[in-house]
Every structure is written in structure tokens, then in C-alpha cells.
Design a protein around this ligand. Sequence first.
Ligand SMILES: [Fe+2]
Length: 310
Amino acid sequence: MAMTGVLRPGHVQLRVLDMKAAIEHYGNVLGLWESGRDAQGRVYFKAWDEHDHHSVVLREADEAGMDFLGFRVDSPATLKKLAADVKASGLATQLQWIEAGEMLKTGERFRFTVATGHSIELFAEKEKVGNGMPLENPEIYPDGLKGMSPTRFDHCLLYGDDLDGTVKLFIDVLGFSLAEQVVAGPDRLQIAAFLTCSNKPHDVAFIRHPEKNKFHHASFILDNWGEVLKAADIITRKRVSLDIGPTRHGITRGETIYFFDPSGNRNEVFSGGYIAYPDRPPLTWTDDELGRAIFYHDRKLNEAFLSVVT
Ligand SMILES: [Fe+2]
């Protein structure tokens, strides 16, 4: 196994204002599969081609936003080692172990708060429930797909103040690589960092922002540009609040569309992007080219896209 350590974003827990509306959105519009409900009233979803029990957890609350983002690591031994490394680094606060079973079908989790204020978790075990097809001689997709039907949860973009501390922890302690960054001004201050633990252009990204612990979007991957256009059709057909797109990013080269869930949490579905092997040199964008970096066709910044967060 060449890919070791932190494998991927494994789950995100989002706060929603109205669970019934959220279930309709995540289940029928985005097209995730509901995989469970727990005693706290949380509702669990997975994208169809994920084998783990869930990747999105919804919690009803008075305020929208993200509770935490969890990453799957390759083994319980790695979980113990990375927990010790995070503690020793001094780059995180509010370190805690959460017992197995607190989240449905999930082993123990190590949670900590990074410098930008976000709660990040690591876990090694979650029940495999499959993708609706056999592991031997499968079809290429299961029956019963609905809505946009992304194949998996891909990444989150998060906003916070101490970008340097968070990036240092992700790279130096958790083993992520910098795939792309945006720098600003004559001092080339890093204002955005796109980080990968795999060979995707990003598994998580952070933007420098005055407030701690802000959530910009959770993103789900589609097969191709045609599926992004179909997502745009669904957004209109289902009267979903559209943010931007369909368009393409300069950063990551992804083909994308953004929209909001009924609580105001931003979602993205996208396709494309390049393969980011760990030895690929990072790409740098300067803030005078930020329009092209974010929306490659319009080449213009969009204030709402940059500033609306939950
Ligand atoms: Fe994204």
C-alpha cells in the first residue's frame, strides 16, 4: 500500500436549521443515500460509491455551519501515532478522544482544534457497507440513483485567521502536501492553501479570513462536465439557491457549480482536476490574478462567493 497515513476526508458534520428540509436536499437534490439516524437525532448520508457507512452527518441546530471535519487514517496504529504527533506539535488545542460508537458504525476518533479554529478529527475504523453492488463481477453503477448522485464526498474549503498554524500542522504533522496556494502583496503573504493527502488537487483547503472557524463549502465529485451541467438543471428544476456556475476554476482546474442547502451551507459538485502526486511542484497564484484563479472564464472576483460563509 503506497498511500499511508491520512487517507482521505472521511466525514463532515454540518449544522442545519430544519432537518426535514435538509433531508430532502441532501437525499433527493444532491442525491446522497441516507444510511442511519442516531439517538441524538443526527441523520447520516453517504455518496453512492463510498464503501464506508457515511460521509455526511447532519445535526439540527440554531445556526448553520460545520461542527467538524474527519479524516480517515490507514490503521489504528497510525491513529495513535498521529494523535501523539499532534499533541507533541503544540499546534492544536482542545485535544480529546471520542469513544467508539459515539458516531454510528465508527471507531474511536481523535479530535482537536487547529489554529484557524476548526475542529478536525482522525479515525481509523468505520463499517464498510458497500456501494450497492457486489465486490465480485459488479455493474458500473447501482440501480436507484437520484438527484446529482456524486460518487463521493471530496473536500471542504474552510476560512479562518491563523492560516500559517493550520497549514503547518497539516503539512508537518499530518503529512499533507501543498498543491496550490494564493499569495498577496509585495510580501507574498499566503492567503489560500490547497492541501492534499492523496493524489487529488485538494483534500482540504483553507482561506485566510479575520474570523475563526468558518465554513465555505463541502464538495462532492461527479464523473464529468456533462454531470455538472445536469446538476445545474436539477438546481433550477428543484428551485435550489444557486451561488455560481457552471464554470471552471483555474486553481485545481475543476469544473464546478456552487449552490446552497436550505440552511445556507454552501455545497459544490465538480468534476475534473489533475493528479497531484506528492512530488508535483506546488502552483502559486498571485492576488492580481485571483479572478482567473477562482473563475477561469469570468476572470472576475465575486464578492458573495468570497465573503458568504457559515
Ligand atoms: Fe471546492
